[in-house]
Write a protein that binds this ligand. Structure first.
Ligand SMILES: Cc1cc2nc3c(=O)[nH]c(=O)nc-3n(C[C@H](O)[C@H](O)[C@H](O)COP(=O)(O)O)c2cc1C
Length: 170
């Protein structure tokens, strides 16, 4: 599929088959992540590839809503960065997150973004702090998102051209 076709057919997928992702595809996802462009080429990001079911279940409760589907994903890629290395680590992580999603799409996999930055686990504990604790990340490594990936167990219709928000383009 060419890039326009991938963009036209991609939808967020939150239901996954109980089917492991082949090692060669995981390897390609890793390569895609670290091919992401970064500001000043500083590469502040770090990616934690999680396929352990128990850990995915723990990640799925990192916030009250919008992360539960991770429990059924084949893979969760925790996208984080050393925030001391770049003042635009958030942008770099966001670019890497969408690169991962498009790479997954090109490999016949579905994916969905879980927003972590600025979200709360419980009380005063942020989702990022909860994940830092789970994965043993140092304090300066901030978590931006988790990309849940797996073989789709749902089919979502691509948006038609008429449904697009053309009014936002000037
Ligand atoms: C920055 C960002 C954060 C998102 N966070 C979540 C999330 O926490 N949980 C979730 O289920 N989907 C999340 N999504 C997926 C969006 O809900 C989804 O992309 C949007 O509804 C458009 O649907 P589509 O991806 O199928 O085109 C996020 C997407 C983006 C770009």
């Amino acid at each position: 599929m060419d890039m326009m076709e991938l963009l036209r057919t991609r939808r967020s997928i939150r239901c996954f088959l109980d089917r492991p992702i082949e090692a060669n595809k995981v390897a390609l996802l890793k390569e895609a992540a670290i091919r992401s462009p970064t500001s000043r080429n500083l590469e502040p990001w770090e990616f934690v590839f999680v396929d352990d079911r128990e850990m995915l279940e723990k990640l799925s409760v990192c916030k009250p809503q919008g992360a539960a589907f991770l429990a059924g994903a084949g893979l969760g890629v925790v996208v984080c960065a050393d925030s001391t290395k770049s003042d635009v680590w958030i942008e770099d992580c966001s670019v890497a997150s969408i690169v991962l999603q498009m790479a997954a799409q090109s490999l016949g996999l579905g994916s969905c973004w879980v927003q972590v930055r600025q979200r709360t686990y419980e009380g005063q504990v942020t989702s990022a702090e909860y994940i830092q604790g789970l994965l043993g990340l140092p304090e300066h490594v901030q978590v931006a998102s988790i990309i849940g990936v797996g073989y789709p167990a749902e089919q979502r219709e691509p948006r038609t051209s008429e449904a697009l928000n053309w009014a936002r383009v000037f």
